[in-house]
Design a protein around this ligand. Structure first.
Ligand code: GLV
Ligand code: MN
Ligand code: MN
Length: 587
């Protein structure tokens, strides 16, 4: 079916073709068709989502209950619609082991009992190739813990995904570049510092062996894509350049990071490297040269995991690499300087990679949203308006060790008590603003004993807000609280500020290009700020920047192995980026 057909044929002609998109609920298609014309099938999809949204809870429940139980009684009796049956077969549910079958059955039963509707999951999964029975069992176990309201929404999310896949089959819509980008991320996730062979625990910190493997993988793929130059720079960034027609033309820079947090998702950062790589692959294969050069930077460090020097890779490009960072040590006492030497990098060359801004037109970055906004909005792409500013502290508190049984409560100088009080104050203070956040992500009592009052604790603080003044006000209140706690409890805090980065509003001109790129897909533009930090906010110091967000699944969870995104959404990100590149003209 073509878009023209969708917009011009009678509803009577179209309904048989679109039958079964929503399980036993063709009214959703019918009501949506009444609002034609649609600019694209993406817009039609969103139209159907809105139709259901407006229909309200009782319609949602009727739709949810119209779905078969996974491998349940209904499935065995073969009363599934043809679509449901083939989906369940694709997910490998026909071939599950007796134990898996049992587990699915008992989880199904528990789910039905708890929520009074069947468990619904898009069994073809984010890549469309099918979840394994194990994936489904784990998803069921996780979702069983949710509230009913949450599960109603989760069921609808999965239904819309099922419909998306069914529609794509009907219109023969493929996501070749989205699939490639997704597969690249999957392949890159094989490199991890941890020993978990099923890749579930992904950790890639700066200059680790896994980090080096990642850099080589990216460089190799860049060469295959048709980049004219691929190299690794003095801090380990992998830089690919696709030349313009005119060798003197300036460059548009894009990219994101390939280091990860500990036990990370597979998409944070990496999507923003592979998306432009797929664009270059396409441009090169078609022999297209742009009126500007494209520089894709796979940033080596953004997360601040191994060393406190966060954003060190982008700081090197802005000329803000602080040579004192080289003395920082990781948890094993290896200095950054030593790690660089072992990796084969020369710190003396770092100053040379500072970019000459007269050669650049700006910076754009594609990134998974890492939050629930697009997911809840049921929108695949979002236009970023600004990136929240942040400050980070590495700290410790010194109290006095003494006997847990004999020291009266009033005479203690307990490091843990002091930290506990501080952690709760951080929460309370951030909550006072609608959109500030404060996190104590690291907390350790070195050499603690069960019967000794803690003498010492190490901890971290990460404070963020949409603008610097708001962020600094939170920090000030926290520092005052620390002073108050230390006087009252007679403990000593020592703080080192490891990061202070300004909020970065995105450039209005570049945002307009992203906006048009999204509209070219027939999608409404939805704008949102970024709560997470990004390479773009450091590059912001020397050139205009603008970002595109891609929806994350599982309510947008990130910095967590459950981080996920579909290859179809990645295809849209690729297409939006291609639109951006084809529209963008140096002024
Ligand atoms: C980067 O992921 C951050 O901490 O926002
Ligand atoms: Mn991250
Ligand atoms: Mn990131």
């Amino acid at each position: 079916m073509t878009l023209d057909q969708l917009n011009t044929q009678s509803i009577g002609q179209l309904l048989p073709l679109l039958q079964g998109l929503y399980e036993h609920s063709d009214w959703i298609v019918e009501q949506t068709l009444a609002r034609r014309p649609f600019k694209s099938f993406e817009a039609f999809k969103h139209g159907m989502i809105q139709t259901l949204q407006h229909a309200g809870e009782s319609a949602w429940l009727t739709l949810i209950k119209a779905h078969p139980e996974l491998t349940g009684k209904v499935a065995i009796q073969k009363t599934l619609t043809a679509e449901s049956q083939s989906e369940q077969q694709k997910a490998g549910l026909a071939n599950c082991t007796a134990e898996e079958y049992e587990a699915l059955h008992s989880l199904n039963k528990a789910y039905q009992e708890k929520f009074n509707f069947p468990f619904i999951v898009a069994v073809r999964g984010p890549r469309g190739l099918g979840l394994t029975p194990q994936d489904i069992i784990q998803t069921m176990q996780r979702r069983l813990k949710n509230t009913r309201d949450f599960e109603v929404q989760e069921a609808l999310q999965n239904i819309h995904r099922i419909v998306e896949l069914r529609l794509h089959e009907k219109i023969d819509r493929k996501s070749p570049e989205g699939d490639l980008i997704w597969d690249w991320q999957e392949a890159l996730a094989q490199y991890t510092e941890t020993q978990d062979l099923n890749f579930k625990n992904l950790t890639v910190t700066y200059l680790s062996p896994a980090h080096k493997d990642c850099a080589e993988f990216i460089a190799e793929r860049m060469r295959e894509c048709g980049f004219d130059e691929v190299s690794q720079d003095a801090v380990g960034n992998v830089v690919g350049r696709y030349h313009a027609q005119d060798p003197k033309a300036r460059y548009l820079m894009t990219g994101s990071h390939f280091d990860t947090v500990r036990n990370a998702g597979k998409y944070d950062g990496r999507l923003g490297i592979f998306c432009p790589m797929a664009c270059v692959k396409t441009l090169f294969s078609k022999g297209v040269r742009l009126p500007f050069g494209l520089e894709v930077v796979a940033f080596a460090e953004e997360e601040g995991q191994r060393y406190a020097a966060t954003f060190l890779a982008s700081s090197a490009l802005t000329g803000q690499f602080n040579p004192e960072w080289l003395a920082q040590e990781d948890k094993d006492g290896i200095s950054m300087k030593e790690a660089m030497a072992a990796y084969g990098l020369n710190p003396d060359e770092i100053a040379l990679i500072k970019r000459d801004t007269s050669q650049y037109l700006g910076f754009i970055e594609v990134h998974i949203e890492q939050g629930p906004v697009l997911y809840n909005q049921k929108r695949p792409l979002g236009l970023v308006t600004s990136i929240n500013g942040s400050r980070r502290f590495i700290a410790h508190v010194q109290g006095v060790a003494s006997h847990a049984g004999t020291t009266p409560m009033k005479l203690r100088h307990d490091a843990v008590g002091a930290i506990a009080e501080l952690a709760l104050f951080m929460e309370e203070r951030a909550l006072k603003d609608a959109d500030s956040v404060a996190t104590m992500g690291m907390l350790e009592v070195p050499n603690g004993s069960i019967n000794v009052i803690a003498a010492r604790a190490h901890f971290s603080m990460d404070i963020r807000a949409p603008n610097d003044a708001q962020r600094d006000a939170v920090v000030e209140d926290i520092l005052n609280k620390i002073k108050e706690i230390s006087e009252r409890r007679q403990v000593e805090f020592k703080l080192t500020e490891s990061l202070k980065i300004s909020a970065a509003p995105c450039d209005t001109q570049l945002m307009k290009h992203w906006q048009a790129a999204i509209e070219d897909l027939g999608l409404e533009v939805f704008s949102l700020p970024s709560g997470a930090g990004h390479d773009a906010m450091k590059i912001h110091d020397i050139m205009p920047q603008a970002m595109l967000f891609v929806r994350g699944l599982n309510s947008g969870i990130s910095h967590n192995p459950l981080e996920s995104s579909s290859s179809d959404d990645m295809q849209l990100a690729f297409e939006a980026m291609m639109n951006f590149l084809m529209r963008f003209r140096p002024s």
